[in-house]
Design a protein around this ligand. Structure first.
Ligand SMILES: NC(=O)c1ccc[n+]([C@@H]2O[C@H](COP(=O)([O-])OP(=O)(O)OC[C@H]3O[C@@H](n4cnc5c(N)ncnc54)[C@H](O)[C@@H]3O)[C@@H](O)[C@H]2O)c1
Length: 374
């Protein structure tokens, strides 16, 4: 088992990563989140697949467990499901010392974390991440929230959990495209971390990696996010590094219409754009980024093909909420492991990077079915 610590000004908590850890969930809650009662909130698909096993483990701790099952999918990360959840918690007379437990992917941990932040002005909560994306990203760092009809994640709060538990065995039931989406974020971390993450991610991509390799890749990714969040909880400075490739990815998702590609799939394509732009912004970086670019081309083969138009993407980028004033803000790389934030790049350079990204995605995208199974 790997144990990683997040230490912010408001909290200090572990991320526990291992195979079969959910069968120890009861003991983990007892150790890291002492509380009279547990309110377990499940994603519906996760409940159907793993609910009984997880509940058995929770009940071993000998405390009452109340259960709420929420519908699966991004479309349900909204105020309607949140209202139902508030109702359930308040009817069951939750107290501030009880534990709200989110068991699911990023949709579940975002909404349950937000319910925890806002019910009784703050209830304890913890996350059992059941998707790869949740394990390396969504469950870590305390960003919680719901979508609004005007946009994604527009309502939210930062409220840190008591622990995050990642059981690799739960990934066996994850649909292949969801695995690729989580893998997209791992490939992003490979760019941010550099060596020794790059050869490891190449091995995962080639399909000759062991379960241990997967655990190490997840732990290194989670540790990177934990380190960044510990230094910059509220995204005032370096937390923005985590957005590597995301300016392009958000534009891709927006121009295609949400849901045509999963977010992590769009990130894989967007990373191509970020690396192209890095090479254009600082031509001396091209040699150092070549190997990472090759890895991205190979990873993008697992992303289904969609028709992207440069004009639509450039327009979508100009709507990005992370822009500073009228200027685009990009996270770029001087080399793998050397991210930086920049503004003021010429529009023609950005357009050229978008065109190159689309050309490479057209050439390589959709060549292979997902092959990241562990
Ligand atoms: N808070 C943050 O810092 C942060 C960071 C990144 C993403 N997010 C949010 O995370 C969300 C995306 O998260 P996600 O990709 O985990 O999506 P998700 O929670 O919708 O899960 C993806 C799908 O997998 C299913 N599923 C989950 N675990 C499973 C398992 N073990 N076996 C079989 N099926 C399973 C779910 O039912 C769902 O259909 C977005 O809403 C995004 O905004 C938040």
């Amino acid at each position: 088992m790997a144990e990683i610590r997040v230490v912010t000004s408001s909290a200090s908590y572990p991320i526990l990563i291992g195979d079969g850890l959910s069968s120890k969930l009861g003991l983990v809650t007892k150790r890291y989140a002492v509380s009279p009662r547990v309110f377990a909130v499940f994603d519906a698909k996760v409940f159907a697949l793993h609910g009984q096993h997880i509940l058995r483990s929770l009940k071993q701790a000998g405390r009452p467990v109340e259960v709420f099952v929420m519908p699966s999918g991004e479309a349900h990360k909204n105020e309607k499901v949140l209202a139902g959840l508030y109702d359930f918690l308040l009817k069951s007379k939750i107290s501030r010392t009880d534990l709200l437990l989110a068991i699911g992917g990023g949709v579940t941990t975002d909404i349950v974390g937000y319910a925890a932040a806002t019910t009784l002005r703050g209830v304890r909560w913890s996350a059992v991440a059941t998707t790869l994306l949740g394990m390396v990203d969504a469950a870590i760092g305390g960003k919680t929230g719901i979508n609004h009809e005007r946009g994604k994640n527009l309502i939210g709060a930062i409220w840190q959990p008591r622990f995050v538990l990642c059981d690799l065995s739960l990934l066996q039931t994850l649909p292949p495209r969801e695995l690729v989406a989580g893998f997209g974020e791992i490939v992003k971390y490979a760019g941010l971390i550099g060596d020794p993450m790059l050869p490891l991610v190449s091995r995962l991509l080639d399909g000759d990696a062991s379960a241990k390799d997967w655990q190490v890749a997840i732990a290194r990714s989670a540790a990177y996010k934990a380190r960044i969040v510990s230094k910059d909880e509220r995204e005032e400075t370096i937390r923005a590094y985590l957005n590597l490739g995301h300016t392009f990815a958000h534009a891709i998702e927006h121009s295609l219409g949400y849901g045509r590609l999963l977010h992590g799939e769009a990130v894989l394509v967007g990373l191509l754009g970020a690396v192209c732009l890095s090479m254009l912004a600082e031509p001396s970086s091209a040699k150092r980024l070549k190997g990472y670019y090759r890895l991205l081309l190979s990873a993008v083969e697992m992303v289904p093909k969609r028709k992207l138009k440069p004009k639509d993407l450039v327009r979508a980028m100009s709507l990005d909420k992370k822009r500073v004033g009228n200027d685009h803000r990009f996270v770029l790389l001087k080399a793998p492991g050397k991210p930086y934030i920049t503004t003021g790049l010429p529009a023609a350079m950005i357009t050229f990077a978008v065109e190159q990204m689309i050309a490479d995605y057209n050439d390589f995208g959709g060549k292979h079915a997902p092959r990241t199974g562990r």
